[in-house]
Design a protein around this ligand. Structure first.
Ligand SMILES: [Zn+2]
Ligand SMILES: [Zn+2]
Length: 385
């Protein structure tokens, strides 16, 4: 593990220094492919332009298992000053996908060193474009044969809010479906001194923003999670002109598939009602993003058992569901599986910043925890039924 530990850090730092955003991971995927080609016994292919697949066929009968790491970075300007900070201006590994990639390379190395130990077949997918819709997972699932014959799927996300060395998993609903809306409210512009002669899209828009929360608090059961956040609101140019229109964007997060389907109508009813009441018109665009990530109960239970054995009960925690989204959910449409978290936060390494923050980083000790968990999962979950 000593040399692997150094190698994990070297991989992660190289990736961290050379981040690329989704669908543009050309150097990243070339680097991953080159590293995998150094490992004997792996069959390495490119299912899409910027994703990489390594397959190891074990020496014994067993199930076909898919392990997934995402490889893309974010359009964020890094504020960290360590020597392996991003060299690509405006692009940063601020979600830990550099760590996920290093971890899966580490697992590939361990499996390739002892192929005889591996039951069944292990497919390792280095997936492009998790951070940007429509997402790399959907493309791999729908347009390549990646999932053909896959019995089980697993993968992990580092989590800066969980102490380094901890593992967390839960059965059932784990991450929400992140859907998007764009709303334009069309009023009628005029003089700021004479609102009675105008239709003020800012005043109407403010009512819309407030009333949308009525859906959350009054329209949906308290135990049925729903988040509606208007995250962008643009209108107007100066202090004495009532503008013509207001433009908004927002995100809608749900777990329940029925509520998810109902949400656009609930939202439009409010938008229409408020606009009608005040004489404005509107255009609402609604776009469904990734599905909710619902872990298969028995796979989550097996991962918990593996964690209790691998890292011990003192390093295990039952995970809490989050309203964040993940395109890992696309794989779960085709096969049972479960996603889990590995803690990467520590004060010592100043790595408790939230994901997507310009100071985000990981405690690199989490890389080894990730490898131990995913390697143990690869050997255990691919055992024949
Ligand atoms: Zn992210
Ligand atoms: Zn992420």
């Amino acid at each position: 593990m000593e040399t692997l530990r150094d190698q994990l850090v070297a991989w992660r730092r190289h990736l961290h220094m050379n981040p690329e955003v989704g669908f543009h991971e050309h150097e990243t995927s070339a680097y991953i492919e080159a590293e995998l080609r150094k490992m004997p016994g792996l069959s390495v292919t490119r299912p899409t332009e910027t994703s990489v697949l390594a397959v190891l066929k074990g020496g014994q009968p067993g199930r076909t298992l898919l392990l997934r790491a995402d490889i893309d970075a974010l359009p964020i300007t890094e504020e960290n000053t360590f020597e392996f900070a991003s060299k690509n201006p405006g692009v940063m590994h601020a979600c830990g996908h550099d760590g996920h990639t290093a971890i899966l390379l580490g697992v590939a190395k361990l499996l390739s060193d002892h192929p005889g130990d591996v039951p069944g077949e292990v497919r390792m997918i280095f997936q492009h474009a998790e951070e940007i819709g429509p997402g790399g997972a959907e493309e791999l699932v729908m347009q390549t044969g990646l999932m053909d014959g896959v019995d089980l799927v697993t993968g992990l996300h580092l989590n800066s809010q969980l102490p380094a060395g901890m593992v967390a998993v839960k059965p059932g609903p784990f991450m929400a479906a992140p859907d998007m809306l764009e709303l334009t409210i069309q009023g009628r512009g005029g003089h700021g001194a004479h609102p009675e002669e105008a239709i003020d899209p800012i005043a109407v828009g403010a009512q819309v923003v407030t009333n949308l929360q009525h859906i959350v608090s009054r329209g949906v059961a308290a135990l049925d999670p729903l988040v509606i956040s208007i995250t962008s609101f643009h209108s107007g140019t100066t202090h004495n002109v009532i503008p013509d229109r207001a433009e908004m964007m927002g995100t809608v997060r749900t777990f329940d598939a029925g509520l998810r389907q109902r949400a656009p109508q609930l939202i439009e009813r409010v938008v229409k009602g408020v606009c009608d009441a005040h004489g404005a018109t509107y255009e609402l665009k609604y776009e469904f993003g990734y599905r909710a990530l619902i872990n298969t109960d028995w796979v989550a239970q097996q991962l918990k058992d593996i964690a209790l054995e691998t890292v011990g009960p003192e390093h295990f925690r039952d995970a809490s569901p989050t309203m964040g989204g993940e395109d890992f959910s696309a794989y779960l449409q085709k096969a049972p599986g479960a996603y889990f978290n590995v803690g990467s936060g520590s004060d010592e390494h100043d790595s408790r910043w939230p994901h997507h923050h310009p100071r985000f980083t990981i405690d690199e000790a989490s890389l080894e925890t990730g490898v131990r968990m995913l390697h143990a999962a690869a050997l255990r979950l691919s055992l024949p039924e």
